[in-house]
Design a protein around this ligand. Structure first.
Ligand SMILES: Cc1cc2nc3c(=O)[nH]c(=O)nc-3n(C[C@H](O)[C@H](O)[C@H](O)COP(=O)(O)OP(=O)(O)OC[C@H]3O[C@@H](n4cnc5c(N)ncnc54)[C@H](O)[C@@H]3O)c2cc1C
Length: 307
């Protein structure tokens, strides 16, 4: 395991500690706001307006995952439908993201599927794309199965995420090619064991590029979701060299990360979207962001000390 992976595993493990969680929830809020638009949809919509001024579009995400009751899943569905309707009334490109465990995937695949159908029906009315985020490896099969059912039911304004750190992903991409699935390629944000995931960051980075190129060569609309300067440059260079039009891919980055790069890419004429999370259930998302970059841990520690 290389140093980057060790650091990520360490942070994701200590983030499970109830004492740490409590401390961060009470005192780390200010720093968390760097990555999270706010507690409410209204705050998130204000962020959308700000981004749009720089020609950066938004992917709105109501934070929440791993619900443990059907009532919670239904509640999230209701709130996501409200998100689609409110976002739908704005004059901007509409795009949301969600997690299937937010819709009860761990309780029942049928439940997650049926709630997705309701959300997608609403999203279709306002021309809103719905991205299904990818969670940890034990949930990949179920996520892909639900996506496949939605595709077979005729929903084409949805797609999945593929993680380059997973050894299985090249095969998963291969299986999705005939479906022409819109894909988002990411490196992967969870703590995964060596049996399923590459532990060497160079391997994860190299696979990322391989997957993007394979998706694009096979005509899949591809969201290249990374802040990695090498990856961004390489994908710009390669798409230009191959004559792959800018209408066939886009760059996606996280709200609060490399904002200047987001603006720059948009000014260069690429489609750019920022993933904008909001809501009160921000701790798991925030932990993953800290686990991505050692400097972030120092900022959190400082904000905990300063209160
Ligand atoms: C739009 C979007 C959607 C995503 N969806 C998913 C998903 O569904 N499932 C999933 O597992 N993962 C998802 N991720 C997270 C992804 O897997 C990576 O963990 C994350 O993007 C960091 O990897 P990187 O490609 O930016 O490269 P890295 O090599 O990790 O980072 C490259 C550089 O980017 C900057 N950077 C990266 N992360 C941070 C940060 N947190 N804070 C400050 N600077 C940072 C740093 O300058 C760093 O040197 C998503 C990422 C994006 C951008």
């Amino acid at each position: 395991m290389d140093l980057n992976q060790r650091y990520r595993s360490f942070v994701l493990a200590i983030a499970q500690n109830p004492g740490i969680k409590n401390l961060v929830l009470t005192r780390g809020r200010n720093f968390a706001r760097r990555f999270i638009a706010g507690d409410t949809l209204e705050e998130a919509l204000r962020v959308v307006e700000t981004l749009e001024r720089d020609k950066v579009h938004a992917i709105l995400d109501l934070l929440g995952e791993m619900v443990t009751s059907e009532a919670q899943a239904q509640q999230f569905k209701t709130e996501i439908v409200r998100l689609v309707q409110e976002f739908g009334a704005r004059p901007y490109p509409k795009y949301i993201a969600l997690k299937l465990t937010q819709l009860g995937l761990d309780l029942s695949e049928d439940l997650a599927y049926s709630l997705m159908v309701e959300i997608l029906a609403e999203a279709r009315k306002v021309d809103c794309f719905v991205r299904i985020d990818m969670e940890d490896s034990p949930r990949v099969d179920a996520t892909l199965r639900v996506y496949r059912r939605l595709h077979e039911a005729g929903f084409d304004h949805t797609g999945v995420v593929l993680q380059s750190y997973l050894k299985r992903t090249e095969q998963d991409l291969q299986n999705l090619l005939p479906l022409k699935t819109p894909v988002r390629i990411v490196k992967g944000a969870y703590k995964e064991p060596a049996e399923v995931a590459f532990q060497d960051k160079r391997m994860v980075d190299a696979q990322f590029v391989v997957l993007c190129k394979k998706a694009l060569e096979n005509g899949l609309y591809t969201a290249i979701a990374s802040h990695d300067p090498y990856i961004l440059e390489e994908m710009k260079r390669w798409t230009a060299e191959k004559g792959i039009g800018r209408d066939r891919f886009e760059f996606q980055l996280l709200y609060g990360v490399r904002r200047d790069e987001q603006k720059k890419l948009a000014a260069e004429g690429y489609t750019v979207r920022a993933y904008v999370p909001y809501g009160t259930d921000w701790y798991p998302y925030f932990s993953r962001r800290i686990a991505e970059r050692p400097e972030n841990l120092l900022f959190v520690a400082r904000s905990l000390i300063q209160g």
